[in-house]
Design a protein around this ligand. Structure first.
Ligand code: CA
Ligand code: CA
Length: 218
């Protein structure tokens, strides 16, 4: 399977290859979309939900897929940090609100279709924002991303540390707040860890649900 190029396709077709353990990437649920909670809006009007501010999520942390699915059921997805402005904006929230870490939608391409020439080597060119299917800059372009210069074994991120130590591959992108006394910045982390998360409204999911539910206010 290739990386799906449209979000409507992505709603249904990435899941099987990405999550062989039977869990799926879930589609939006119209009534959850219409009742989605927005904690913050950026100047361009896009809405965000912070899991730690949501009373129904008190004490709840999710693994990467669980967090994505919570967001997607609400016509949102995990936050994608496409611009430096958005990155700095969310980092300031983590500092101000004393949040240790969050999941983002960033992921290393690690499934069927990732042998595409432009993704090679995958450890450098294979990171993308799953919410928008937009590639990140190569990990070697340190001024075009916010990977931490350090981590659990004092190596620049992404270091795939857990796999190096015999554990799971670190295929998901989290923002960590001084976890290794290394600032607030990006780390590759194994996707099974549970963390708070930030959802960002997803225009394509909103469009899709609006189109199929013309009478619902979304
Ligand atoms: Ca974004
Ligand atoms: Ca790491």
């Amino acid at each position: 399977m290739r990386l799906c190029l449209t979000v409507l396709a992505a709603v249904f077709c990435i899941a099987s290859a990405q999550f062989p353990n039977g869990r799926i990437l879930e589609p939006p649920i119209p009534h959850h979309c219409s009742q989605r909670v927005i904690h913050e809006r950026t100047p361009d009007g896009k809405g965000y939900l912070m899991s730690w501010r949501e009373p129904s999520l008190q004490g709840v942390e999710e693994d990467w897929l669980g967090a994505r699915n919570y967001c997607r059921q609400r016509c949102m997805d995990l936050i994608s940090l496409e611009t430096s402005a958005e990155n700095e904006w969310i980092k300031q929230k983590l500092v101000n609100e004393n949040v240790k870490y969050i999941w983002t939608s960033g992921r290393l391409c690690d499934f069927k279709g990732c042998d595409r020439p432009d993704l090679q080597p995958v450890s450098v060119n294979g990171w993308f924002w799953t919410a928008t299917l937009q590639k990140l800059a190569p990990t070697t372009q340190r001024d075009q991303n916010d990977w931490s210069p350090s981590g659990g074994i004092n190596q620049p991120q992404p270091d795939n540390r857990e796999a190096q130590q015999g554990g799971a591959s670190e295929n998901c992108l989290a923002v960590l707040n001084q976890f290794y006394n290394d600032g607030v910045n990006w780390h590759d982390v194994a996707c099974h860890h549970r963390k708070p998360f930030v959802c960002e409204e997803n225009e394509d999911l909103l469009k899709y649900v609006r189109y199929h539910n013309p009478n619902l206010r979304i």
